[in-house]
Design a protein around this ligand. Structure first.
Ligand code: NAP
Length: 546
């Protein structure tokens, strides 16, 4: 591979492409765009490559997709040269992987770090986008790729007294780079989603006392992490192209069960087998890999009765792990179907509540009244804390886009257009009125529900192919029609409505952010279908695009 190619950028040049974000998507976008001979610059407000893994460096952070799958497929060299040490890579190992890839292809040289893009404005006279940074400088480009991530804009909090806390405050999504020592401290954690579930056992081991403030309990399953078996890794490396190919044909990403690479959907209904057979299957899933319950039976995400059999299985597991029955009942979700919020992968989470130095405070019926100078106040009671950790989630899917002032044709603002009825995109890739501006893993793409890196690579190839088609004619622009957008919104809704997801308030539905329109944020029709639809969109170019 020729790594010597670099963009032809000189100060003041109009660029072909600007990429926002240096996570998995941004890195591959820069690599591919550069390979195709476009001039390109990338920006990231982080200090280095890594995206979500640059920011979320809290204790216990690790991915919950198999490392051998959660990796780039564009480079057979990287696939062969890199070896994973853990089945589910920890955040430090993921950053080492980013460093390895960035060095191998000299990707950092075309990124500007510690730089936030504040506005992106389209000029109808030049057909160029102007991007302004938080340093006050500006750059112009014909194409913009927003590789800004689906879970990168932290949820804005409005607890009364938030700024009055006199101790140390930590946000998991903006965790300090230097080690944080909680030993001897009274620590509070707000939030028990995937992040809280990973973080809490680590803090409990060192804090004098840990108080967990839980609003909604999560369903969490064992992470089943372990060192990667070298023999298994060799086997994957020997057939990586085939593994990726089969993964791309799977409905929602690959499934590796007990180091067996198996893909595809189950054909059996949970309600068609005996209770004993079902229990045995759930037990096998429970012990094999973190998310295999999703693939146990074909109706666990579509039929409430089938789903309830999984939920009951997990509830019994939680009861068995937690010593105090009253605490166990608080930790057991009963009000929503399992897997309609993202399933959490845990290592010692439930056992943490058996420790003498840990207490659980439910803030469901009695919400947090205030953050005070000395701690947190709930139902008139003051919890005194030295440190307070917010694991409160993200303005998922749309937040990273709407946080930028994006102005398209005729002064149209993305933030305003999405405020009332939710995001409007075609295939999660583009929006009407915003020509030549592309999203990777954008709103209403399968991003939240499919192998994220494989999806990003696919989308980036699609995007760059469109840029190549337009390259020879500088006047050409591309944007979807409003009809294509509307059709996509309806298709996404129909796909979601075939599942139980819309019944639950989750970030998939935008429901974790007060005031955000409650619509499905992701396409649930499966990746195979999605690939066909993206191909069809091109074939129907004159119909779906202006
Ligand atoms: P999350 O799932 O949205 O969880 C946020 C938590 O904060 C919830 O328990 C929420 O309670 C609570 N919260 C928010 N506002 C609150 C308030 N005002 N008062 C009390 N509690 C409040 O966010 P997350 O845990 O950061 O995870 C987000 C997603 O990131 C995950 O679903 C997953 O996709 C990804 N992630 C993945 C990994 C991994 O790979 N292992 C790790 C971390 C995150 P409610 O539920 O009641 O709103």
């Amino acid at each position: 591979m020729d790594t010597s190619k670099s963009s032809r950028v000189k100060p003041g040049d109009d660029l072909d492409v600007v990429i926002v974000g240096a996570g998995f998507s941004g890195l591959y976008a820069l690599y591919h765009v550069r390979e195709m001979g476009f001039s390109v610059l990338g920006y990231d407000d982080g200090g280095d490559v890594g995206g979500t893994w640059y920011w979320n460096r809290y204790p216990g952070a690790r991915v919950d997709n198999e490392s051998v799958e959660y990796s780039f497929s564009f480079s057979p060299e990287v696939e062969q040269e890199w070896s994973w040490s853990e089945r589910y890579a920890s955040q430090p190992e993921l950053l080492r992987y980013f460093d390895f890839v960035a060095n191998k292809y000299d990707l950092r040289k075309d990124f500007q770090f510690n730089t936030q893009i504040k506005s992106v404005t389209f000029s109808e006279s030049t057909n160029l986008w102007t991007l302004r940074t938080d340093h006050g400088d500006a750059v112009s480009a014909r194409f913009v790729i927003l590789a800004t991530g689906i879970l990168s804009a932290p949820k804005q909090l409005d607890f009364p007294g938030l700024d009055t806390f006199g101790g140390n405050s930590y946000y998991t999504s903006r965790w300090p780079h230097e080690p944080v020592d909680f030993s001897g401290q009274g620590v509070g954690v707000i939030g028990t989603g995937s992040t809280g579930v990973q973080l809490i056992p680590h803090v409990a081991k060192v804090a004098r006392h840990l108080t967990v403030f839980q609003r909604t309990p999560s369903y969490a399953v064992p992470a089943c992490n372990r060192p990667v078996d070298p023999e298994f890794q060799d086997r994957v490396k020997a057939q990586y192209a085939e593994v990726r190919r089969r993964e791309s044909l799977a409905f929602q990403g690959g499934v590796i069960k007990n180091d067996e690479i198996t893909f595809g959907l189950p054909q059996t209904s949970a309600l068609s087998v005996s209770a004993e057979e079902r229990e045995a299957e759930y037990e096998r899933c429970w012990n094999s890999a973190n998310f295999t319950l999703y693939w146990s039976y074909n109706d666990v995400l579509t039929d409430r009765a089938a789903n309830e059999t999984v939920a009951e299985f997990v509830r019994a597991k939680i009861r068995a792990k937690v010593d105090d029955p009253a605490v166990a009942e608080l930790l057991i979700p009963t009000e929503y179907a399992i897997m309609t919020k993202r399933l959490c992968a845990e290592i010692g989470y439930y056992e943490t509540y058996n420790r003498d130095n840990v207490s659980l405070v439910s803030v469901k019926d009695t919400p947090i009244e205030a953050i005070t100078h000395t701690g947190v106040q709930v139902a008139g009671r003051k919890y005194e804390l030295d440190s307070l950790i917010f694991a409160t989630g993200f303005d998922a899917m749309t937040g990273a886009v709407t946080n930028i002032d994006i102005e398209g044709r005729e002064g149209r603002q993305i933030r305003e257009e999405w405020a009332t009825h939710g995001p409007r995109t075609y295939l999660g890739l583009m929006s009407n009125g915003f020509p030549n501006l592309f999203y990777v893993s954008g709103p209403s793409s399968p991003a939240a529900l499919f192998a994220p890196i494989m999806l990003a690579e696919f989308q980036i190839r699609w995007i760059v192919a469109r840029m190549q088609e337009m390259h020879s004619d500088p006047k050409r622009t591309l944007e979807p029609t409003t009809a294509a957008e509307q059709r996509w919104i309806e298709q996404s809704k129909e796909a979601a409505d075939r599942t139980l997801l819309p019944q639950t308030d989750s970030w998939y539905m935008g429901a974790n952010i007060p005031g955000k329109p409650r619509v499905i944020q992701a396409y649930m029709g499966g990746f195979v279908n999605y690939q066909h639809l993206c191909a069809d969109a091109v074939a129907n170019g004159s119909k779906d695009f202006v």
